[in-house]
Write a protein that binds this ligand. Structure first.
Ligand SMILES: CC(C)(COP(=O)(O)OP(=O)(O)OC[C@H]1O[C@@H](n2cnc3c(N)ncnc32)[C@H](O)[C@@H]1O)[C@@H](O)C(=O)NCCC(=O)NCCS
Ligand SMILES: Nc1ncnc2c1ncn2[C@@H]1O[C@H](COP(=O)(O)OP(=O)(O)OP(=O)(O)O)[C@@H](O)[C@H]1O
Length: 200
């Protein structure tokens, strides 16, 4: 039997931190942010489509996507963010689905889908259970500014480009509270693994 866990949260709420722990237990992770990078790597049709839409100004000198530059454009403008997602969304979905089919065959147990836009993009439909890593908005803002060296305006724009974390929390089957210490958060993950008999 395979359990597909849809893991999500807000930007910088701690998804990667939690997903790393599942990885430590040996469970496979399908990471939407990693796939989002692969589908626009140099030489891909994804990058060609982005360059056609946003002009070659979004490329670095060696022809790769300048992620900082594109991020500054799209997180400040909802219309352009929607245009970006219209290109990357289907490419990400195709690759995630491919990996999921393959892992269901080869890795019984638990498969973790780490997807920032799990609910916004309806990925909960392919998950058996959903888990939201929750922090309060002020803590999220502070961690985001610190991790990505963003000013308050840029960090708030990024948070506003996703559903509010409280809305995601309401939809989740399991809520992991990541407002306290990492140890306290890990305890909740271990409890989940124990409850579902996934400790190994
Ligand atoms: C705009 C880009 C180039 C900025 O790159 P950068 O390296 O600075 O950020 P990174 O990719 O690590 O994303 C950081 C976080 O931003 C948030 N985020 C990314 N894309 C989006 C989006 N389309 N809408 C809302 N939030 C987003 C996520 O929480 C993500 O974890 C990049 O985020 C991107 O290509 N986004 C589109 C792909 C996408 O939709 N990804 C989400 C997968 S579900
Ligand atoms: N409990 C915690 N206490 C203090 N700092 C934390 C805690 N959990 C995570 N962090 C820090 O907060 C930041 C965001 O965590 P992480 O990168 O795991 O979030 P994320 O949800 O994966 O982000 P993104 O959506 O941008 O990919 C990181 O710098 C991480 O080290």
């Amino acid at each position: 039997m395979t359990l597909v866990l849809g893991l999500t949260g807000g930007i910088a709420s701690g998804k990667s931190t939690v997903s790393r722990w599942f990885g430590d237990y040996g469970y496979p992770i399908i990471d939407a942010d990693v796939i989002a990078r692969q589908v626009v790597a140099p030489g891909t049709s994804g990058l060609r489509q982005l360059t056609a839409l946003f002009t070659p100004a979004i490329l670095t000198a060696d022809g790769a996507l300048d992620r900082k530059k594109l991020g500054a454009i799209v997180f400040a403008d909802r219309r352009q963010l929607a245009q970006l997602t219209a290109i990357t969304g289907p490419l990400i979905r195709q690759e995630m689905t491919r990996q999921l089919v393959e892992l269901k065959r080869s890795a019984p147990g638990l498969i973790v889908l780490d997807v920032p836009l799990l609910f916004e993009a309806h990925y909960q439909q392919i998950a058996d259970l959903t888990m939201v890593v929750y922090v309060d908005a002020p803590t999220e803002l502070q961690r985001l500014m610190q991790r990505d060296q963003l000013n308050e305006t840029a960090a708030k724009q990024r948070m506003a480009s996703q559903w509010p974390l409280v809305a995601k929390r309401q939809l989740a089957d399991i809520v992991i509270d990541n407002t306290q210490s990492l140890a306290a958060t890990k305890q909740q993950v271990v409890k989940f693994l124990t409850q579902y008999d996934l400790q190994k």
